[in-house]
Design a protein around this ligand. Sequence first.
Ligand SMILES: *Cc1c(COP(=O)(O)O)cnc(C)c1O
Length: 459
Amino acid sequence: MENYQVPPYKIKMVEPIKLITKSQRINRLKEAGYNPFRLKSEDVFIDLLTDSGTGAMSHFQWGALMQGDEAYAGSRSFYRLEKVVKDITGYKYVIPAHQGRGAEQVVLPLLIKEGMTVISNIHFDTTRAHVELAGGRAVDCACKECFDLENYHPFKGNFDLDKLKTVIKEKGKENIAAIIMTITNNSAGGQPVSLENMRAVNHIARENHIPIVIDGARYAENSFYIKQREKGYENKSIRAIALETFALADIFLMSSKKDGLVNIGGLIAIKDNLEIFQKAQVRVIPMEGFPTYGGLSGRDMDALAIGLQEALDEDYLRYRIDEIRYLGDLLKAGGVPIQYPTGGHAVFVDCGAIVPHIPFDEFPAQAVCNELYIEGGIRGVEIGSLLLGRDPDTHENLKADKEFLRLTIPRRTYTYDHLRYVAETMIKVYKRRHKIKGLKFTYESPILRHFTAKFEPIE
Ligand SMILES: *Cc1c(COP(=O)(O)O)cnc(C)c1O
């Protein structure tokens, strides 16, 4: 283990988990319509569905919960949170939200007029949904290395700058509502974005008078990668790198369920635009709550104020990133194809390469995901053609670029031992890959089908 950071904390409280028998797992999955989203968590041994709100809080955070000020307006907890966010971002204005999508629904409609375009490296699903709900069009400008799974690149989350310039030119700069820098780039596998790339994006945006939004659910993980991989940042603190990142944007939206190290919460921070701040304050009231709580309780805000600071601790970040690298290294050594290098919150397994005999509309990654549950009680999630859905006009199934199984690692929750078990189980599934069968729908909802769909195996 000499190449991997030892966890910089010990365990004070435990939550039992249980591996039910294989025949029980087979039955439960069948009852769940071969869709792991429909499983009960008590039937899951190791839950790698998401890293969102699934992490463990520290004893400092649990202690802070007792001091929450539950005043409707002007809560002390809000002012403690506000101070921390101002220090980290260097921004003037802070509004809490109940989670990331809450922050999006308040701010994005303030920037977007009907028919305008929003550009991102890759829009996260809810961000895309809020752009479209506000009448905008979401265009992605991911760099091409992002889709080259096998070859190392330090910053696969980067923007393709030429494509960015071309889109601005084609649409006309006055029709671009905003550029959203998603850091890390969640949909590309939690891949980081370099400061060099963000500086170039900032330059292009300034030239064209386009506001920049940071979608920064994992900004601390991104800052750690910059320290590790970008020339000139080896000796800078994570805080200094984060501050330099925020200086390149105008608005920060955050799902605090990730690098906020809390189970629920979101944030809006605005650099200095008073008009946008005042409009956001008006909008937040009917949507999320009064501007000094935004859908959170006082105790939630206190836990978040501490979580934000803990997430910037370098030892914590090194361990976090190493845990994911460890799982990726074991899988690679076992022959399992993955997005390499691993990103900040998950290992993305390339199921298109594992079960090429299963066509995209029989959902290869969902089939592998189900086998992983049967083999060892592990719940991953499909990120592929099932998630993508159907063409709204033709109703044909759309084919995703990649059929991924995402193994998402909650923060401070599982140990290297759990991950070794995950790798060994995945490798067993990989060895019997030729026998894995595709799936067909027995129920499919018209939108967001992946959450509720039911299937049966194709014999
Ligand atoms: C999770 C996430 C969101 C949405 O946040 P929620 O807290 O799930 O509403 C937005 N953007 C990115 C990059 C995310 O990872």
